[in-house]
Design a protein around this ligand. Structure first.
Ligand SMILES: Cc1ncc(COP(=O)(O)O)c(C=O)c1O
Length: 395
């Protein structure tokens, strides 16, 4: 199996596994037991891990809240702001291409009342269409028009998980703060792949998941405040009072040490990883494009400016075959259709539809995500298989 689905998840780096193992066996104390050294030594390891992550993210150390991953962080950020008793505003602005973890929280909130007793209103802003140079990026004119003195929170992702588009976060933060609102940024696909600086970008709430940067699954964090303004959150998980009451429950030392190790490696090796992954994506795109008639790129073209798109991301559209059929015909390559699975029904990607593609075009699209451990041999072998299976399908 050649794994080319690194936006879905990444394997744990062996160095990460090595760092976390002692915290499952030797150092097993409860980090919240401070009456003995078994607990205190584990607490110190957690504190060092949080210090290290905060320094990398340029965020105050007390702003890092450990969660079970991006979905929980997003829930805490969005519900937490809107449900805080002192939140007087009732609107949330999101982008149409957000991950379902954001869109579904927003939809759920739209059935509830704000702390001030008004129905919560969700405003969705669009993105630039597929033939625009900034295809898939949030439309800042629409954003400016949507944000006002009733907006409590804007939630816009740093980098899109399907088409890899990278948002102009600093400008989004300026627009948000001019209206006196807070900015939550789902940086799940960006952390570990791009330099993410909470203070320089002026993001108020920042979400990440360790398994997207070669750490373990079900582990993540939420940065709550960058030191520039006060962020009030109503906790979503209570009981035990851990993490200053913001998120109850015993911390998992092994996964926190692992997440910090994974982030440190990602930062130290970002330059070399990025340049290798860019070369491999180019190889994959070049091979498929030259051999598959009518193959189109979905999303921004990176050839003039590689910063517009996540380094390993490739999303392509076939002229004549559905993505699901291509995947089924290429079982030795792991890649995904641009669709999100909702129960039993595979829906066309809401991201591609938001960019103006038709349902049929969206169904003929697939996503590849090249990662740290892929090699040129693997990319060539995957391309051979993909070209051959496509050829078989078109007859
Ligand atoms: C952009 C984005 N946000 C949120 C999530 C949810 O992450 P998790 O399942 O780790 O909670 C994902 C995972 O695919 C993602 O890509």
């Amino acid at each position: 199996m050649i794994y080319l689905d690194h936006h879905a998840t990444t394997p744990c780096d062996p160095r990460v596994v090595e760092a976390m193992l002692p915290y499952l066996t030797q150092h097993f104390g409860n980090p919240h037991s401070d009456s003995h050294e078994a607990g205190r030594e584990v607490r110190r390891a957690i504190d060092q891990s949080i210090d290290s992550m905060a320094a990398i993210l340029n965020a105050p150390r007390e702003s890092v809240v450990i969660t079970s991953g991006a979905t929980e962080s997003i829930n805490l950020a969005i519900r937490g702001v809107l449900m805080h008793p002192r939140c007087k505003r009732h609107q949330v602005v999101v982008c149409e291409t957000e991950h379902p973890a954001v869109l579904e929280v927003a939809d759920d909130l739209s059935k509830q009342l704000s702390a001030g007793g008004q129905p919560i209103e969700i405003i969705r802003v669009g993105v630039h269409p597929h033939d625009h140079p900034s295809a898939g990026q949030v439309d800042l004119v629409q954003l400016r028009a949507a944000v006002n003195n009733q907006t409590a929170l804007v939630s816009i992702m740093w980098a899109n998980n399907e088409i890899g588009s990278v948002a102009p976060i600093k400008t989004i933060a300026e627009i948000t703060h001019e209206a006196g609102a807070l900015l939550h940024c789902d940086a799940t696909q960006a952390v570990g792949r791009l330099p993410v600086d909470a203070l320089a970008s002026d993001v108020d709430l920042l979400t990440a998941s360790a398994h997207k940067f070669y750490g373990p699954k079900s582990t993540g964090f939420l940065v709550v405040g960058n030191g520039n303004r006060r962020v009030r959150l109503r906790p979503q998980i209570v009981g035990g009072g851990q993490q200053r009451g913001l998120r109850g429950g015993t911390l998992n030392p092994a996964s926190i040490v692992a997440m910090a190790t994974a982030l440190r490696i990602a930062i130290d090796e970002m330059e070399s990883d990025t340049s290798r992954i860019l070369t491999l994506r180019e190889l994959l795109w070049g091979r498929l494009h030259e051999s598959i008639d009518g193959l189109q790129l979905n999303g921004a073209n990176w050839h003039d400016d590689s910063s517009v798109r996540l380094p390993g991301n490739l999303n392509v559209r076939l002229r004549d075959v559905e993505g699901e059929a291509w995947m089924a015909a290429t079982p030795e390559v792991a890649f995904s259709s641009g669709s999100a699975c909702s129960s039993t029904e595979a829906l066309p990607s809401h991201v591609l539809l938001a960019m103006g593609l038709t349902e049929s075009e969206a169904r003929r699209s697939v996503r590849f995500g090249v990662g740290r451990f892929n090699t040129a041999d693997e990319i060539n072998s995957a391309a051979d298989q993909l070209i051959a299976s496509h050829q078989k399908l078109v007859g």
